[in-house]
Structure formats: C-alpha cells, structure tokens
Design a protein around this ligand. Structure first.
Ligand code: SAM
Length: 197
C-alpha cells in the first residue's frame, strides 16, 4: 500500500522544534583563490545540516564571511563564521569548555564505529582538513573519523558525519519564523514554492 503523508502533516513535521547538539565546524588551511568555492560549500553544508557556527584558518577571506552571512539573512538562522589564526589554540580552548572534537580524515576510524560517541556529544567541534593537516590535529582530536576509506570531498564527508551525529534530526529542523530570514520554501511535490516572510 503506498505511504501517503497529507500535506498539512508534512509541513507540521518540518516546522517541529527539534532539540539538537551544538555543533561547530573548523575548516583548516583556507587558500585563496583555490578554496573559495569549497570552503563556502563546507559552511553552507554545515549550516543547512545542523551546525551553528564556523571557524576557518589559513588566509582571511571577507567575501567568504559575507556570502555565508547573506545566505543566513535571506534564508534564516544565524551562522557566524570567524577567521581563526591559531586552530590549535581554538581546539584547546574548546576542549577545556567541554567540546568533543572529531577530525575528518580518511585515515581515521570508520564513521559507523564512532557514531555512538558522536551522537552522544552535547557539544561537538568537527574539523575539516585542507591541503596538509599537521600531526598535532590528529593528536588533539578525540576522534579521527573516516567516511569510507577513500579520498573524496570534505563537503560529502561533513554532510555524512553531521547526519550520523544528529541521527537525521537536522532534516526535521525548521528554519522557521524564529530564525528570521526573508524567504521560506514550501515543500512541493512539483514546481517551486517560495514565500516571503
Ligand atoms: N589534498 C587536497 C588539496 O590539496 O586540497 C585536499 C584533501 S581532502 C579533499 C580535504 C579534506 O577532506 C580532508 O582533510 C578531510 O577532512 C576530508 N576528507 C576527504 N576524504 C575523506 C574521507 N574518506 N573521510 C573523511 N574525511 C575525508
């Protein structure tokens, strides 16, 4: 028998308030112009899939910060992005404040193996690598996490880790009126429905 979700129920599911862990994402070694697009995608993915703030090391990039902030202004939610000249200092500070630290690397332990620990974290810092990740990052991380054992994209690795850590709740979270924003999507079986707020 086909499974049918009435439109009204579907919307109320989407607008449900969802309680989630606090997640921050640290992107290492941002390089201009090479990483402009990929770092932007790292933060857009982080924001859309449940993280609440971003940090990046490497070159400062005001247009990266502006483009994330303009997405949040239009689509709702706050996702501050800050440049961090010393990632190790930030990691040590956050660990002292009780954050668990997961570093995405294909050399790490398989994601399904560490999922229970990630899912139980109240505050989770996810580190996304860049060109060359120094050994001290591997040492400092509570978990070095591999999303499959092949090299691929930081964006794909981050999306899967967030989904496993938040156990799908990030897809139920509403960017509703409490999040501000100028526009909102209405789920639609066909076509595109966008309304202003
Ligand atoms: N060497 C490349 C460069 O010059 O830009 C970048 C390497 S890789 C695409 C960048 C990051 O993606 C890694 O540091 C890691 O955080 C993430 N990544 C790639 N494959 C991964 C995997 N299988 N598991 C977990 N993370 C992965």
């Amino acid at each position: 028998m086909p499974y049918y979700i009435p439109q009204s129920r579907f919307i109320s599911l989407i607008e449900r308030k969802v309680c989630m862990a606090e997640i921050a994402v640290l992107r290492l070694g941002h390089r201009l112009p090479r990483d402009e697009r990929i770092t932007t995608h790292v933060f857009l993915t982080a924001r859309a899939f449940g993280a609440s703030r971003g940090f990046y090391s490497g070159q400062t990039d005001s247009s990266l910060e502006k483009s994330i902030s303009s997405i949040s202004e239009n689509w709702g939610g706050k996702f501050p992005v800050a440049h961090e000249p010393s990632p190790m200092k930030l990691i040590r500070k956050m660990k002292k404040e009780g954050w668990k630290v997961a570093h995405l690397t294909m050399y790490g332990l398989p994601l399904p193996e560490v999922q229970p620990q990630l899912a139980s974290a109240k505050k989770l810092l996810v580190i996304v690598g860049g060109e060359k990740v120094p050994p001290e990052i591997y040492e400092a991380a509570g978990f070095n996490v591999a999303v499959g054992s092949q090299p691929h994209s930081e964006v794909a690795a981050l999306a899967l880790l967030l989904d496993r850590a938040l156990q799908g709740k990030e897809l139920e979270r509403a960017f509703d009126s409490n999040f501000g924003g100028k526009v909102k999507l209405e789920p639609s079986a066909k076509g595109k429905k966008i309304r202003g707020r």
